[in-house]
Design a protein around this ligand. Sequence first.
Ligand code: HPA
Length: 270
Amino acid sequence: MLLKINEAVDFIKNIYDVKPTVGIVLGSGLGNFINEIKISKEISYKDIPYFPMSTVEGHDGKLIFGELGGKKIVAMSGRFHYYEGYSSEQIVFPIRVLKYLGIDTLLITNAAGGVNPAFKVGDLMIINDHISQLIPNPLVGKNYKEFGSRFPDMSEPYKKSLIAKVKKIATEKNIKVQEGVYVAVTGPTFETHAEYKMILRLGGDAVGMSTVQEVITAVHLGLPVFAMSVITDVGIRDDDNIITHEEVLQAAKDVEPIFKILICELIAQL
Ligand code: HPA
């Protein structure tokens, strides 16, 4: 594992050797965010040794290096999901590569279904905690002490200081943000009515098919994380309201301009 990561990192550094300080994972429908970046270099996942490849519509497949808010950043345009058939180890491989490229903060975005009855389509939700018990933990298996400890603490997976910064930015810019618990599921099916209700009762505010495996890996590596969901559909709803992937992508696109403001300002203030 360590050798594979080193090989991928060396490959990338051979092409572009500027240390990024911030890593960003872009979720479904949020790929236009890359237009905000003053791009210096793009590297296709397919060229990077051991990198998986994106198979989902709405997810690109490249690492983008550049500048944003005066910071050197690297963005993952396209991420890997458990439902694509990847092992947890493959899903989190890029997070470890980003860490070894030198990032010291990780920002994660996703599209999620709202289960909190107060949430509406188009809301932004700061993730302040998660429930990861419905998807395999990426740290199952041999622990590499170079990455982190066998039993990582998860009392603050989402850095409180980063959450406070974004809430302050939102207030100053008059942007409404929700805050809540993200429950990760494997997908690819959207949830049944009974499952959405179960997730609400478990303590979830939103549900999605990504993010927590990346967050667990980042916390294991000692990386501070900020994560935000775009609520693209609401789970607890009238019986005839069917959720489609197209609707999820469209809802994410619609709210992207506001989402961009928050993330860009956060990066500027890091
Ligand atoms: N459920 C799970 N994942 C999702 C949803 C949802 O309702 N919306 C977007 N991603």
